[in-house]
Design a protein. Structure first.
Length: 521
């Protein structure tokens, strides 16, 4: 049926099956339009205008609403989109999606929602809300993004509610702007698969039931992906065959894209050795296709693009890594935003955990430039003088710090002595140990108040002698007190540094941070 450019004063179609494509392109629906219990093999409503439209109890194999304008109250109720549902550049004045199932890709790229409401809506494929303008939007009542979601580059101008929404797959809010953060609420149980890279969330409201990680370590999804970019997921030659690597690959895909059926999948590789498939049944298949020229692996689930892997050859073995899309600084920024957010809401214990994760990133990882800063500076000077050379492109490689650097760098000592200033117990214990050892040391002198002269343990039963040793130790330990003897020795300075500056200082930082949080906001 072809109705291109028609004008409909009022239209009602019900209980019909259209087994051939239907075209309403550039048509105008001036009155109420109702489509009830309709099956569309393929329907194109692109560039249409609706004053008042309802789709209820229907099914689309392919649906196109590109550049369509919904001027009045509109609703899709109990509708199933089997394949592609494309609402790109559409404009919605007041739209409801209730009990709608998007089986594959739902494309809302560059659309505008003046007011929108999604309830009991399931996105089984990719939920694409890239570069969308939301003015008043609510995702609620068991709405779920099962596979992958993308809200990147979108702007939320007004009230924004995510309530009782399930983010089962990796969902990106990259470079998003929440204009009214106090009116933006995430009232969900799980955000462990949601990424907020380059997005200000310092005043967004996250309810108390929100969980940012499925593990006790508290790593957000971006930090987990960062680690998976360093260590290979599997070796191309060993899958299928290596059960450990097969499990690791399955575990990654299941945890990042909600593919619960993958546990039942079996591995196969084609004769050309460029495609690995994981098949559970005729409706559920994952393919990994190796693009040898680009050293890249394209991953699809049921023909839906999920992610890309990087292939790196090492010692005649092709190692497959997750693509490092972001740098450590971006992840640290997310932790800082979350810390400020939770401190503003006076949820200080949770804020402290985000600070610990930020510092752990600094302790464990570093980014090394492909060109040293000294060489780059030299090249800049040469270029300024002769202007016939080009500056080299600088790339950054993510590396994990070695064991010694993780344990004994300044950040490492900060972690071991006070858990980055979040723990009161550790600096207290270290202070007690230092004072105790210092007291024992001075107790083994002829006179604890003069230059050291060992006499062994003879005076350890003398309480007055012990007290004098303790007095000298405390004077040395407390940084605010001057030395209590006429001539100080190296040991006094040593205790003052390690006791006062480190232990007492770290304890003061931890106490100050706790009291400061209570009165900051």
């Amino acid at each position: 049926m072809c109705c291109i450019g028609y004008h409909f004063p009022e239209l009602r179609i019900e209980n019909r099956q259209f087994t051939l494509p239907v075209y309403f392109t550039k048509s105008k629906f001036h009155g109420k339009a109702a489509f009830s219990n309709i099956f569309f093999e393929g329907a194109d409503f692109s560039e249409c205008t609706f004053e008042d439209v309802t789709f209820i109890l229907g099914k689309f194999l392919d649906a196109y609403f590109v550049l369509t304008k919904f001027y009045g109250k509109s609703s899709f109720n109990t509708i199933t989109f089997e394949n592609l549902a494309w609402f790109g550049d559409a404009e919605f004045k007041d739209i409801d999606f209730i009990n709608v199932h998007f089986k594959k890709k739902a494309g809302f790229g560059s659309a505008k929602f003046r007011k929108g409401y999604f309830a009991k809506t399931n996105f089984f494929g990719k939920a694409d809300f890239n570069s969308v303008d939301f003015y008043d939007i609510t995702f609620s009542k068991e709405t779920a993004i099962h596979l992958i979601g993308d809200f990147s580059e979108s702007i939320f101008h007004g009230k924004t509610i995510f309530r009782r929404v399930t983010f089962g797959g990796w969902t990106k809010f990259h470079n998003v702007f929440f204009e009214e953060q106090e009116n933006t609420v995430f009232d969900v149980e799980k955000l462990s698969m949601v990424s907020f890279v380059n997005t200000d969330i310092t005043r967004v409201r996250f309810t108390e039931k929100v969980r940012w990680s499925d593990s006790q370590e508290g790593k957000i999804v971006d930090e987990r992906h960062l680690e998976q970019a360093i260590f290979s997921l599997f070796d191309w030659e060993n899958v299928p065959g290596n059960k450990k690597q097969e499990y690791k690959l399955k575990d990654f895909l299941k945890n990042n894209f909600g593919l619960s059926w993958i546990d039942k999948g079996t591995f196969n590789k084609n004769m050309e050795n460029d495609t690995i498939s994981i098949t559970a049944d005729e409706n559920n298949t994952i393919t990994l296709r190796l693009m040898r020229n680009d050293n890249y692996v394209i991953v699809k689930a049921n023909d839906i693009l999920l992610i890309g892997f990087v292939a790196k050859k090492k010692k005649n073995t092709l190692k497959i890594h997750l693509t490092a899309e972001i740098r450590t600084g971006s992840i640290q920024s997310i932790y800082r935003n979350l810390r400020e957010n939770y401190e503003y809401r006076m949820r200080y214990d949770e804020a402290g955990k985000f600070f610990v994760r930020e510092m752990e990133l600094k302790r464990k990882f570093r980014e090394t430039p492909s060109v040293s800063s000294l060489k780059l500076k030299f090249k800049s000077i040469i270029r300024l003088k002769w202007d016939n050379s080009t500056l080299p492109d600088v790339t950054y490689e993510l590396k994990k710090n070695n064991w010694f650097r993780r344990q004994f760098s300044l950040t490492g000592w900060y972690y071991h002595l006070s858990r980055y200033g979040e723990a009161v117990l550790w600096p207290t214990l270290s202070g007690i140990v230092i004072v105790s050892l210092s007291t024992l040391y001075w107790s083994m002198q002829v006179n604890p108040l003069i230059d050291p002269s060992f006499i062994g343990t003879k005076q350890l039963q003398n309480q007055t002698h012990i007290w004098k040793a303790f007095e000298r130790s405390m004077v040395d330990f407390l940084p605010i007190l001057p030395f209590g003897i006429r001539e100080t020795v190296f040991q006094d300075y040593l205790i003052k540094v390690f006791g006062g500056v480190l232990s007492f200082g770290l304890l003061a930082i931890a106490l100050r941070r706790r009291f400061e949080r209570k009165f900051r906001h």
